[in-house]
Write a protein that binds this ligand. Structure first.
Ligand SMILES: [Cu+2]
Length: 173
């Protein structure tokens, strides 16, 4: 989203935060280890242009990824090797889906949609940190929004123009 005086005024008037308009995760806290349903909320297109592709990068330590089929969209599962072997309910797991690409559909800038996947957050992930899923949103005419900024220590997503969607990891209860 391009910052403009108009949008800044509009945001103030609505009393919303910028985060509500980007690509964000619906559930912003998850226990580790556990199965997590990631719902990516697409709040707008690329400066008015419709979204035609959504690419989600799976961070290391997240395995057994399964995207939810979506009417009107084709799903590509890009597989590869993990950096190490992860325990998946007793089964050593060394490779799997590392990127999911939804394409073939069209989501207008003035419409809202969600892209869903389910995954296992391994016990190798650190609690009390935020896990980020970098997302690239592609639109018509070659336009794109790259939601790949990962906040530095002491900063939050709102400090960035195009933050990656994140989920806070907490200990298993
Ligand atoms: Cu936005």
């Amino acid at each position: 989203m391009k910052k403009s005086i108009l949008s800044a005024v509009a945001l103030l008037a609505l009393g919303t935060t910028a985060a509500s308009a980007h690509i964000t995760l619906e559930t912003q806290e998850a226990q580790v280890p556990s199965t997590y349903k990631a719902v990516f909320r697409v709040g707008h297109g690329c400066e008015g242009k419709p979204t035609i592709k959504v690419r989600v990068q799976i961070p290391e330590g997240v395995i057994a990824v399964k995207p939810q089929p979506k009417t009107g969209w084709t799903i590509e599962k890009v597989k590869g090797k993990y950096e190490k072997s992860y325990d998946y309910y007793g089964t050593p797991t060394t490779e799997g889906v590392k990127e999911i690409v939804w394409s073939g559909g069209s989501l207008a800038d003035d419409e809202y949609d969600e892209f869903v996947l389910r995954a296992y957050l391994t016990g190798d992930l650190k609690v009390d940190t935020t896990l980020y899923f970098p997302v690239v949103q592609e639109c018509t005419d070659g336009a794109a929004e790259r939601w790949i900024e990962i906040p530095a220590a002491g900063k939050v997503a709102d400090d960035y123009e195009t933050p990656a969607p994140g989920v806070k990891l907490v200990p298993k209860k």
